[in-house]
Design a protein around this ligand. Sequence first.
Ligand code: ADP
Length: 186
Amino acid sequence: MNLLIFGPPGAGKGTQASLIAKKYKLTHLSSGDILRAELKNGELGARIKKYQDAGKLVPDSLIIAMMEKAIIKGAKQGGFIFDGYPRTTKQAKALDKSLKAENINLNAVINLNLSETEAINRILKRGRTSGRSDDNIKTIKARFAVYHTLTAPLLKHYQKQEKVININGRPPITAVFKTITQYLGK
Ligand code: ADP
C-alpha cells in the first residue's frame, strides 16, 4: 500500500503518518523530517534553516532531489506514506514521475482537515517542547499563507484521480487514527 497524507500545518500529519506507517509497515517519508535531519550539515543546513524559519518553502529543486533519493532507497522495502510532500505543482509532477519510474501506485490521499485557529493553537503548544524554531506565531502565519496559495490547490489533482479520503483532524489522536484505519482496513 502507498499513501499520501495531506493537510494544513498542525493538522497532525506527522503524528498520524507515524501511526499508519507502523500499523501497515510502510516507510514514512516526511519531507520536513528529511530537511531537519540536514540542519547540522554546514552550508546546506544553514540554507534550509533560513527557509524554514521564514515559513517559506525550500526550493523545489532541492527537496525534489532529496525525495527522489529517498524514494529510490525506500522502494526496495515496500510501501510508502508521503508526508509534507508534494507541496507545489512542480513537486507533484516530480512525484508522479518518480512513482511511475518505480512502478508505485498511490492507493489513497488522506486529507486531514483542521481549522486554522485550532491548528495554530496546536503548533504553539508543540513549540514549547519541539525545539522547532519555526513553531512561533509569525512563522506559522507564513506557513499557512504558503499552504493556501501553493499546496491546497494540489488536492484537485488527487481528487480527479478519486483518491482523496477526507478526515476530520479535530478529535483526539487515537480517534482520528481509528477513523483512518476504518478506511484503510485491517
Ligand atoms: P508543517 O507541515 O507543520 O508545516 P513540516 O515539518 O512538514 O511542518 O515542514 C516544515 C518546513 O520545512 C516548511 O515550512 C518548509 O520550510 C520546509 N518543507 C517541508 N516540506 C517541504 C516541501 N515539500 N517543499 C519545500 N519545503 C518544505
